[in-house]
Design a protein around this ligand. Structure first.
Ligand code: SF4
Length: 266
């Protein structure tokens, strides 16, 4: 019959072995010491988005004043030549990077920079031309269909209302807002992942979903900054207020940001 092993002695012997190993001098090199980062405090791991206190009206105004001074004429990083190519580029950018879209669109737009030409190009050729972009099959179908719809229902022009834009295949509220803002100069705010994070994190416009953040931003952004607010926030989120490791040390609104997890002292 097999002998039952007692747990207690095993633990003791394990401890002894561990103590011996710990006492034994090792030939291994000690890991290099991390250089201290000046003026940095640890990120509060539990400082969840949405938990920040609200920014004041004066703080929001000052934040946009600084963002505007740093980049007076911000714009999209997508390559486009007219409202139609902008619309297509934004549709293609869903769950893809602007850089990835910009690699594929020059060849596409060289062949089709109007709804009529795109409709004539057809879904199969569009798919071939955008196959480096994620979800290219669905996107090719949507681009072909939206081009046909623009020709059939809008005289080959991109409509200037949210309602008409959102009725196009592959176009949601965010895409419609980008087109209205960038192509037509409307004061719309397209809440993407960056703006959603920033609105919550900074305490500027906390919300549980993109529409809530968009509505709050519309309420709190001073009128003189509304035209470009969308791009200032996107660019700040994309290059400074990164999702995992925000670069608070070089953030120009760090003293205004209310996020408890920011990595610089207030
Ligand atoms: S201080 Fe940090 S968390 Fe706040 S906006 Fe700047 S980068 Fe983002």
């Amino acid at each position: 019959m097999a002998k039952k092993l007692s747990k207690k002695p095993a633990k003791k012997s394990a401890r002894k072995t561990a103590a011996k190993i710990a006492a034994k001098p090792t030939a291994r090199k000690a890991p290099p010491k991390e250089k201290p980062v000046p003026n940095r405090k640890p990120v509060a791991a539990k400082a969840a988005d949405g938990a920040s206190p609200l920014m004041t009206t004066a703080q929001i105004k000052e934040a946009f004043r600084r963002l505007a001074a740093a980049n007076p004429e911000p714009t999209t990083e997508l390559t486009y030549t007219n409202p139609f190519t902008l619309l297509v580029a934004v549709v293609l950018s869903a769950q893809a990077t602007d850089a990835g879209v910009n690699k594929a669109t020059p060849a596409l737009f060289a062949l089709a920079d109007t709804p009529a030409k795109m409709a004539a190009l057809g879904e199969d050729r569009i798919r071939d031309l955008i196959k480096t972009i994620g979800l290219f099959r669905t996107k090719a179908k949507n681009v072909a269909l939206l081009a046909q719809k623009l020709v059939a229902e809008h005289g080959g022009e991109v409509p200037r209302t949210r309602e008409a834009l959102e009725a196009l295949p592959g176009v949601g509220r965010k895409t419609a807002n980008v087109v209205l803002n960038t192509a037509f100069g409307e004061h719309t705010i397209a809440v993407d992942t960056h703006i959603f994070r920033l609105g919550n994190r900074t305490g500027m416009a906390p919300g549980k979903n993109p529409l809530e953040v968009e509505t709050k931003l519309e309420q709190v952004i001073p009128p003189e900054f509304k035209r470009h607010a969308h791009h200032w926030l996107i660019l700040h989120g994309r290059y400074t207020c990164l999702a995992r490791k925000p670069l608070c040390e070089r953030c120009i609104i760090a003293d205004l940001c209310q996020w408890p997890g920011k990595t610089v002292a207030a």
